[in-house]
Design a binder for this molecule. Structure first.
Ligand SMILES: [Zn+2]
Length: 249
């Protein structure tokens, strides 16, 4: 079986649980993909409600935004602006930014009604829609997707990145974080948490993702491997910021 991304046939089976073979690891590009070819074209959206409202998640995601704050200010050239969160609308970040005076928008296909109520109350615009099939036609200073891209199959991921490119302004930036398939090199135990067939479909190394992003018209302006970050849920990830590749530096 060849890798859907780089077409390499140099792959290893990777067992997540005993007696079950769920993933293949591509030695060529460092990605994990589902072993079952009939599942490879699926994109999975489900998130448990505690991911939206758990106290610990809220604080960690606020910390994550604060970590990026200086990078964002420097690159967009102002302290606040318009912000779009994609896929997983985190009430912690969206309500915090709305309170600070950002124009905040979240787009999410969640069935969690409580989320919409909370966001509306906090003056966050909530769009209940599918990021792969939406009429959203605006541009934002910051387009934010943390722990979202790994839920998409490769074909949908490429379409999502093209959408994100359309949604970011020429002076704006895109921020993406995702579990790092590079954890494979250290056999880090966290890797097993990230490879759950029910949740993650295509887990990339930093360099594999960068290749996809470039193909989709994005230029990387910043990156970090955060394996040591003590924040749970954000531990063991790569983080990257992008601009549209065709705007002047
Ligand atoms: Zn590959």
């Amino acid at each position: 079986m060849n890798c859907p991304l780089c077409k390499s046939s140099d792959t290893e089976s990777f067992e997540v649980r005993e007696d079950a073979l769920y993933y293949r690891y591509c030695v060529g590009c460092g990605s994990f993909y589902l072993n079952d070819t009939s599942q490879q074209d699926r994109t999975i959206y489900e998130r448990p409600a505690e991911m939206y409202f758990g106290q610990e998640y809220q604080e960690r995601y606020q910390e994550l935004f604060n970590y990026f704050r200086k990078t964002i200010e420097f690159n967009i050239g102002k302290e606040k602006g318009s912000f779009l969160e994609i896929g997983f609308c985190n009430p912690a970040i969206l309500t915090m930014l709305a309170k600070e005076g950002w124009q905040t928008t979240g787009i999410d296909l969640t069935t969690c009604e409580e989320l919409e109520t909370i966001l509306n109350k906090a003056n966050v615009r909530f769009i209940h829609d599918d990021v792969l099939n939406t009429n959203l036609d605006e541009q934002f200073d910051v387009v934010w997707a943390t722990h979202v891209v790994e839920h998409f199959c490769l074909r949908d991921l490429e379409f999502l990145l093209e959408q994100m490119r359309n949604w970011v302004s020429d002076t704006g930036i895109i921020i993406i974080t995702s579990p790092d398939a590079g954890l494979r090199f250290t056999n880090h135990p966290l890797l097993l948490n990230f490879l759950k067939p029910a949740e993650h479909h295509f887990v990339c190394s930093e360099s594999a993702f960068l290749n996809i992003a470039r193909r989709c018209g994005l230029r990387r302006i910043w990156s970090q491997i955060a394996h040591q970050d003590q924040g749970f849920q954000t531990k063991g990830e790569w983080r990257m910021a992008f601009r549209k590749s065709d705007v002047p530096r």
